[in-house]
Design a protein around this ligand. Structure first.
Ligand SMILES: Cc1cc2nc3c(=O)[nH]c(=O)nc-3n(C[C@H](O)[C@H](O)[C@H](O)COP(=O)(O)OP(=O)(O)OC[C@H]3O[C@@H](n4cnc5c(N)ncnc54)[C@H](O)[C@@H]3O)c2cc1C
Length: 392
């Protein structure tokens, strides 16, 4: 009888697990089922562009049924409510219980609010296509309102978090402001755009010379970078900071942290700060019939520090799991997961970016980094056959 492989999450880790497993298993050997909350695969790394309406929704929301066409992978659009690893059962909101022989969990992370009072209630976040569309509609509605009311809160945009997500979003917004203002007859200089980062610098982890470049590029275009100052509380429209100052705004987007997924953290498998601990084959350290990919697992690098969550590692973990499911089935040695870091690129807006690429960590800035970022997106789309889904 065919084995039941159940994959939770249709993001980078889940989709690549499904596609890779299907390359190895015949339909007679395994039935593969993929469950995802939404009917599309989200190109999360491009959400900042959707959040300013800088590209079509179709470029970031790729229909899963097209990506899985002719692959003999069953797709269920539903919400995973609970995993019971002892009973080998998953509860879905609408479809009820599903059993499995092998489970892959790739549900992604959630936004962390660090217990900061009022933060969750008074901010928008940027983790999904729906959230990106909300941010775009909100900013434009506030600018519409400002053109009439001249309420400064409508002319003030605050992005909390100076990591990759926060800076990429800030860079997109600052590039769109001249066009948005012109359309509404607003003087661009009346609009304030702040990025607040609690750590000593934005884009922590990038080489110092690239950081300087990033800061200069953003400030020159009118971004107020506030670094080394934490958000301590949000009261309605007032964002309060650790240095005692505050900013009044009607637009606050919080991108300041990622945390584990509660479905994973609470299901009874072994976790470390909300992310599952895995062995070298990406199996749960407590339940070997459960594999974990992407933001749901904590994987340590050679220096003993966990790799930061990224699309790149999630994709590679998915592929490794696809193979290991088959190796396990065949009783042949599983492969240990080795992350190949091809670099990291941060867009600073439409025409500027910084990054390090390749094993030599070649440093890129400006147009070359922008083009490299575009190229890595296209490479990924080609890999999952996403280009045809965008074009047709
Ligand atoms: C705005 C933004 C920009 C980023 N930019 C970069 C970048 O440039 N480079 C980079 O490497 N990384 C980037 N990252 C990080 C990267 O996107 C994540 O690390 C990556 O998406 C993790 O992949 P994943 O498969 O674990 O989860 P995801 O890609 O988040 O996929 C999880 C999937 O599970 C689904 N899901 C979640 N909960 C449930 C549930 N209960 N039931 C059913 N389905 C559910 C979701 O709908 C989603 O489809 C960025 C992240 C964000 C938010």
């Amino acid at each position: 009888m065919a084995k039941q492989i159940l994959i939770l999450g249709g993001g980078y880790g889940g989709l690549l697990s499904a596609l890779t497993a299907r390359k190895y298993f015949t339909p007679q050997e395994a039935e593969i089922t993929l469950v995802n909350r939404v009917p599309y695969h989200q190109i999360v790394t491009e959400l900042h562009r959707l959040a300013v309406s800088g590209l079509n929704e179709g470029n970031v929301a790729l229909p899963l049924n097209k990506l899985l066409k002719n692959k003999s992978i069953q797709l269920i659009i539903d919400n995973v409510e609970n995993i019971d690893p002892e009973k080998k059962q998953v509860r879905l909101l609408a479809s009820g219980n599903l059993g499995y022989d092998k489970l892959v969990v790739a549900l992604g992370g959630e936004t962390a609010f660090f217990g900061i009072p009022g933060l969750e209630e008074n901010s928008m976040t940027l983790k999904s296509v729906e959230e990106a569309k909300k941010v775009s509609a909100h900013i434009q509605a506030r600018l519409d309102a400002y053109a009439k009311s001249k309420d400064e809160k409508d002319a003030t945009i605050v992005i909390g978090g100076g990591g990759l997500t926060g800076i990429e979003l800030t860079g997109e917004i600052v590039d769109m402001l001249p066009k948005w203002c012109e359309k509404r007859g607003i003087d661009r200089s009346e609009i304030k755009l702040h990025n607040i980062e609690a750590g000593p610098t934005i884009l922590a982890g990038f080489p110092a010379e690239l950081l300087e470049r990033a800061k200069e590029s953003l400030t020159k275009r009118g971004v107020n970078l506030i670094m080394g100052v934490a958000v301590t509380e949000v009261q309605g429209t007032k964002v309060m900071l650790k240095d005692g100052s505050s900013i009044d705004t009607n637009t606050f987007v919080w991108t300041g942290g990622v945390t584990g997924n509660p479905v994973v953290a609470n299901c009874g498998i072994e976790v470390n700060r909300g992310r599952a601990t895995v062995n070298e084959f990406l199996q749960s350290t407590s339940h070997s019939d459960v594999f974990l990919a992407g933001d749901n697992a904590v994987v340590f690098g050679p220096e003993g520090r966990p790799y930061p969550p990224s699309a790149q590692i999630a994709w590679q973990m998915g592929e490794a799991i696809g193979y290991n499911l088959y190796a396990d089935y065949k009783g042949i040695p599983l492969q240990s997961f080795q992350f190949v870091n091809s670099g990291v690129l941060a867009s600073l807006g439409r025409k500027d970016a910084i990054g390090t690429v390749g094993a030599s960590q070649l440093r890129l800035r400006g147009l070359s980094a922008t083009l490299m970022k575009e190229a890595s997106n296209v490479r990924y789309l080609q890999h999952v056959n996403g280009l045809s889904s965008i074009l047709h």
